[in-house]
Write a protein that binds this ligand. Structure first.
Ligand code: NAD
Length: 484
């Protein structure tokens, strides 16, 4: 792995403290960082290097997966960090930053390989990219990379604009768009699961699969984020990025080599095969929901509309369910259902694959075979099969074969992704084609919301979403599996 400099814009922010420093520290403990590296953290306030190193120490104490038992290891890690104040719009600050970066490169005798991580609000993405270019920070003999947080645009047009602008300072191959769902160990496991298990591989098509269900449900409400969330809704916050990425990961054809360019192509093929939503039938395929007041763990919780900061009369979507069709050779006629929401009964991200019952009609009481992939908060896989009820030989009953990844101290998504970015592997990042095609798919939904073509269905907090979501699946003769 090349020695390098990690430049962190937004180094004093919430994400940096909760995820990025802990990820860097855990990678350091695991010897997954380059032999010599420098971290330059940036924020708006003036602080000394030493004071800021203590801020990082505190964030590690609170948020790191592994604690720093060995003071020498912790000190050595903290010693890699320098801090500078910087205003995104001030080119002079970038010139000073370049001096600091170069000074550290000389002190450490490392090449000018530079990774710029933008953990700042999206309105700064373009300005920072330009100032990196204009200050000469991006003119390196070595490599340069831009790691960028979500959201990437707020519709198709703004995403295209942002991409065009970033393209003036960085090549597509240098841009690493974070979708932290792609960093989750079970998501990274999906292609292996399918490609290295002949019993699954043999069944992996529309001949044997009846439908695929992808759920990401949260129990929390909007919390203090109404300012952001009321303009985003579940469609932008979850569906355009995370949910469609999960769909691509579960449905793409097996990459032969599995390298970044092949994975990108396979994912793009999925997106290009998605049947576009039509305005006249969109309400039959999309459910828009918002949580009403309800009961969670025996406690009354308010409706979305009564949460602090939510504007009166807001029709924002806190829940989306969607039926999608992938019109290719392998998946035609297999409905994919996506559902995501806040204030739902259970916190869970999972994919359920329901297999066809070839003898349907003869054995009407059989439960179908299911393959369930649990992504979050537990990581596991189970298969549901049928067996004879030993007390009543006439009857069959389902049994589950479980595997849970318990007791293993798994790396967090940010650890996996930062490790990949540092070593230059973009397989588990969102490439532009995927982002653009996802916005293209989602754009009619945004337009339909704007024109009020899709009714807003209310669901009580603590439920599994609006009834319309159950009806969406029931219309095809199915049901959502594993609802509590
Ligand atoms: P934050 O508000 O906690 O931190 C923002 C950072 O930006 C601070 O370090 C601040 O100093 C810096 N900043 C603000 N104005 C600046 C300016 N004019 N010039 C230079 N720096 C400036 O935000 P956050 O929660 O850490 O989120 C950062 C990014 O990550 C955002 O794009 C957000 O959408 C994304 N994100 C955050 C989370 C999360 O869990 N917090 C999750 C996913 C994505």
């Amino acid at each position: 792995m090349d020695n390098m400099t990690f430049v962190l814009f937004g180094g004093t922010g919430d994400l940096a403290k909760r995820k990025i420093y802990p990820a860097l520290f855990n990678l350091y403990i695991d010897k997954k960082m380059p032999e010599t590296f420098s971290i330059i953290a940036l924020g708006r306030k003036e602080t000394s290097h030493a004071e800021f190193q203590q801020v990082v120490a505190k964030s590690l104490e609170t948020f790191s997966r592994r604690k720093a038992n060995d003071q020498a290891v912790l000190n050595a890690f903290l010693e890699t960090i320098r801090y500078a104040a910087l205003d995104a719009g001030n080119l002079e600050d970038f010139n000073k930053l370049r001096t600091l970066v170069e000074q550290r490169e000389q002190e450490l005798n490392i090449p000018d390989n530079r990774l710029f991580y933008l953990s700042v609000a999206p309105e700064f993405f373009e300005t920072i990219a330009f100032n990196i270019k204009d200050s000469g920070l991006g003119s390196t003999q070595g490599w340069k990379r831009l790691v960028i947080e979500k959201p990437f645009g707020r519709d198709l047009q703004s995403a295209r604009h942002l991409n065009e602008q970033l393209g003036k300072a960085f090549d597509e191959s240098e841009i690493y768009r974070i979708d932290h769902y792609l960093g989750k160990p079970m998501v990274q496991n999906l292609e292996i699961l399918e490609s290295s298990n002949p019993i699954l591989k043999a069944l992996w098509s529309n001949h044997h699969i009846a439908n695929v269900q992808i759920t990401a449900s949260e129990t929390v409400g909007v919390e203090e984020r109404a300012g952001y969330y009321d303009h985003s809704g579940a469609i932008r916050d979850m569906v355009q990025n995370h949910m469609l990425q999960l769909l691509m990961m579960i449905s793409m054809r097996l990459p032969r080599k599995g390298d970044a360019s092949e994975v990108r192509m396979k994912k793009r093929n999925v997106m290009e095969s998605l049947r576009p939503l039509q305005m006249d039938t969109i309400a039959q395929n999309v459910v828009r929901g918002q949580y009403a007041a309800g009961e969670m763990n025996g406690k009354r919780v308010p409706a979305y509309i009564d949460e602090p900061g939510v504007p009166a009369g807001s029709k924002n979507d806190t829940f989306i369910a969607l039926r999608l069709w992938i019109d290719n050779y392998f998946w035609s006629e297999v409905p994919f259902y996506i559902r995501t929401g806040k204030r739902m009964k259970e916190k869970s991200t999972r994919i359920v694959i329901e297999f066809k019952e070839p003898l349907k009609g003869q054995n009407t009481n059989n439960d179908p075979n299911l393959l369930v992939i649990e992504i979050n908060p537990n990581e596991g896989i189970f298969i549901q099969l049928n067996k004879k009820d030993p007390l009543n030989n006439e009857k069959l009953e389902p049994m589950r074969i479980n595997f849970y990844e318990c007791g293993t101290d798994l790396p967090e998504a940010y650890e996996n992704l930062i490790h990949d970015a540092v070593r230059g592997d973009s397989t588990f990042f969102a490439h532009w084609d995927e982002v653009e095609l996802s916005w293209q798919y989602v754009q009619p939904i945004l337009d339909a919301f704007e024109q009020d073509l899709i009714p807003l269905s209310y669901y009580p907090a603590g439920s599994n979403g609006p009834e319309a979501s159950d009806q969406l699946v029931a219309a095809d003769g199915f049901k959502w599996w594993l609802d509590k």
